[in-house]
Design a protein around this ligand. Structure first.
Ligand code: PHE
Length: 359
């Protein structure tokens, strides 16, 4: 019985002195584990006199329970202390904003391209791209603009220096060469849009030597002018986020389409303020038409079998209209204040379901 008392004061003292949860766990193993000292007492029962065994067994069990209970109690205390310490160390400043706003802004050009791609993407168009530096064939000849054609002057082309064979590469004057590249490399049905940079030697309030276009091309066996009109009218409603945008198609000339047209959207200019969608005025926003049979032939497509439409739109122009940006040249001045004002939050990707442009 003396053993029991000695062990009791030894282990209860040790438990009280344990400084942390790890030390306490070590104590538990040393006292109550399979080879622990308190557990070891049970094994001595066999050698004890028979008449004492019952009382001894009860005393050993009581000791075991008491040490176990002390360990549990100490464990709870130490756990609370550890939590208190953690809480004291980790202070939360509830006055901080939830998440700092990202500093950077998307340029309105990028935003507008994303919006246009989202709209046509939902109609089943795929994005295609081509090089900024083009071969004369893709930029002109294949588009039914032969050498000496006046349209070449119209476009104020930037030419690269002559090559050995006398030919000259050009900075593409429109995104239309990607029509040719796509028809030459892909079988119809074709449904693509082509956002990209274009270049013309021109610089004033409404022209910059580099600007952006989005080209559209649809080729299959039955596509007609009605599809062209419906597709572009739908685009305008989606892009300007208005339930109705009046559109009209005026006959116009582009060598690579027949018939060719320019599309205008309804607007009002009352009081000097431009408003899209309502009113009795019109504003030109893009060129379009049915792909010319000669263009199809240049791409090895038989015009008796295939037909389709194409359109080309200025990105800066539609960005200015939608976001009320008055001067084209400011797009390329890299002025941070301008970008903070007209730019967009980079994480708000435009989509038709979540909304095209953040308010
Ligand atoms: N490429 C023409 C331009 O730059 C636009 C256009 C594209 C017109 C496709 C008709 C069809 O002005």
């Amino acid at each position: 019985m003396n053993d029991v008392e000695t062990l009791k004061s030894k282990w209860l003292g040790a438990v009280r002195a344990a400084g942390d949860l790890a030390a306490l766990e070590n104590l538990r193993v040393e006292a109550l584990g399979k080879k622990g000292e308190v557990s070891g007492l049970m094994k001595t029962l066999g050698s004890a006199p028979a008449e004492e065994r019952k009382a001894l067994g009860a005393a050993f069990n009581a000791l075991k329970d008491e040490v176990a209970a002390a360990i549990e109690a100490r464990k709870a205390d130490l756990g609370d202390a550890a939590l208190d310490q953690k809480l004291a160390a980790e202070r939360l400043d509830v006055t901080l904003p939830a998440r700092p706003e990202p500093e950077g802004r998307l340029h309105p050009i990028s935003q507008t391209i994303d919006e246009v791609v989202a709209i046509f993407g939902a109609m089943g168009f795929k994005v295609a791209e081509g090089p900024d530096i083009e071969d004369d064939f893709y930029n002109f000849t294949a588009l039914n603009i032969p050498p000496e054609h006046p349209a070449r002057q119209m476009m104020d082309t930037f030419y690269l220096p002559e090559r050995q064979d006398g030919s000259r590469l050009v900075l593409r004057t429109h995104t239309s060469p990607v029509q040719i590249r796509t028809m030459l490399s892909q079988k119809p049905p074709i449904r693509i849009i082509v956002p990209g940079r274009t270049y013309r030697s021109d610089h004033d309030m409404t022209h910059t030597p580099m600007f952006h276009q989005v080209e559209g091309l649809v080729i299959d066996k039955t596509t007609h002018m009605g599809h062209l009109k419906g597709c572009l009218a739908d685009f305008c409603r989606a892009y300007f986020e208005l339930p109705d945008v009046p559109v009209r198609f005026r006959p116009s000339f582009f060598p690579f389409v027949e018939p060719g047209a320019e599309m205008d959207i309804g607007c009002s200019r009352k009081g000097g303020e431009l408003k899209i969608g309502a009113g009795d005025d019109w504003l030109e926003i893009l060129g379009c038409g049915m792909v010319h049979p000669k263009v199809l032939r240049h791409c090895n497509l038989d015009p008796a079998e295939y037909q389709g439409f194409a359109f080309g739109m200025g990105i800066e122009r539609v960005a200015m209209l939608k976001y009320g940006i008055p001067d084209l040249r400011t797009f390329y001045e890299a002025d941070l204040r301008w970008l903070r004002h007209y730019g967009f939050l980079p994480l708000e990707a435009p989509s038709l379901v979540r909304g095209l442009s953040p308010s």
